[in-house]
Design a protein around this ligand. Structure first.
Ligand SMILES: Nc1ncnc2c1ncn2[C@@H]1O[C@H](COP(=O)(O)OP(=O)(O)OP(=O)(O)O)[C@@H](O)[C@H]1O
Ligand SMILES: [Mg+2]
Length: 261
């Protein structure tokens, strides 16, 4: 298995329903993928597999040159940064923001009893500053706005300097300014010299930051299209994915879509 993430005929079945149905995909080092699709398409399921949080029912999943099922997932997970609202929901409201980011280095959520390394504290503070929430380091997670939480989650996901970064709906719930600031921060990460290979899930083409190179369109567990973003993001493919006639526009590398009236 050669890619950073490699799916070979992967299906996930629960009862009679297929959450993912025969997905084959290779994501190479340095690529930045967006996964688009309607509610229930299987996007989060796909990220759970890529993040070594779930096993496929059939097929093979390769992550960072290891094969899921033949590797200790607890060794693999620190190499993967994962940000999702699920994780945010598990975070105690009383968690101090600096600790929320910092504890990722120790693979735990919640206050850690050991002493922290000074280097780790400095890295956590640098990441908070990079996302413009440095001044919130002493606040508790429960007091943050939705947008501030999103940024803290991504800072936490980057704490271990991961080789693979997985983001589940990083821009959902943000206002226009918040979304644009977050997309700009993501563009900087994607463009940096040692950027991790990235998979980002979203419902909206407007939430695709500059720097994304590839797209996967999912519908009902199946892949409608996958490949370089310029080839995959077409009106025809979006119509097939979302089930409505679509007008798609692209300007300066950013996309927008609406229903064709
Ligand atoms: N344990 C389960 N048993 C049966 N169905 C499940 C189970 N877990 C998830 N599903 C279903 O699998 C489908 C895919 O779920 P998934 O969370 O991957 O979708 P998604 O694309 O992330 O959707 P959303 O955009 O709403 O987040 C959904 O229809 C969901 O209801
Ligand atoms: Mg989801």
């Amino acid at each position: 298995m050669s890619g950073v993430v490699e799916f070979d005929s992967v299906s996930v079945r629960r009862g009679r329903s297929f959450l993912l149905d025969d997905i084959s995909l290779t994501i190479a080092e340095g690529e930045h993928w967006v996964v688009l699709g309607p509610n229930g398409a299987g996007k989060t399921t796909l990220l759970q597999l890529a993040g070594a949080r779930m096993h496929p029912t059939t097929g093979a999943v390769g992550i960072l040159e290891e094969r899921l099922g033949r590797v200790d997932v607890f060794e693999l997970r620190p190499r993967i940064g994962f940000a999702s609202s699920n994780l945010a929901q598990q975070t105690p409201r009383s968690e101090v923001v600096r600790d929320f980011v910092l504890t990722a280095a120790y693979g735990v959520l919640g206050r850690w009893t050991e002493e922290y390394e000074a280097d780790d504290v400095a890295r956590a503070e640098d990441l908070l500053a990079a996302f413009h929430i440095g001044e919130l380091a002493e606040r508790t997670f429960g007091t943050l706005s939705e947008g501030e939480r999103k940024r803290a989650q991504i800072a936490r996901a980057l704490m271990t300097d991961p080789e693979l970064l997985l983001l589940d709906e990083p821009a959902s719930g943000l206002d226009l300014g918040g979304r644009e600031e977050l997309l700009q921060a993501l563009t900087e990460i994607l463009g940096s010299a040692h950027a991790p290979t990235t998979i980002m899930v979203t419902h909206h083409v407007e939430e695709i930051p500059l720097g994304v190179t590839h797209a996967l369109l999912l519908r009902e567990g199946g892949a409608v299209a996958a490949g370089p973003i310029g080839e995959v993001l077409t009106e025809g493919n979006l119509e097939e994915t979302f089930g409505i006639p679509v007008v798609l526009t692209e300007q300066d590398g950013r996309y927008s879509a609406r229903a064709r009236l």
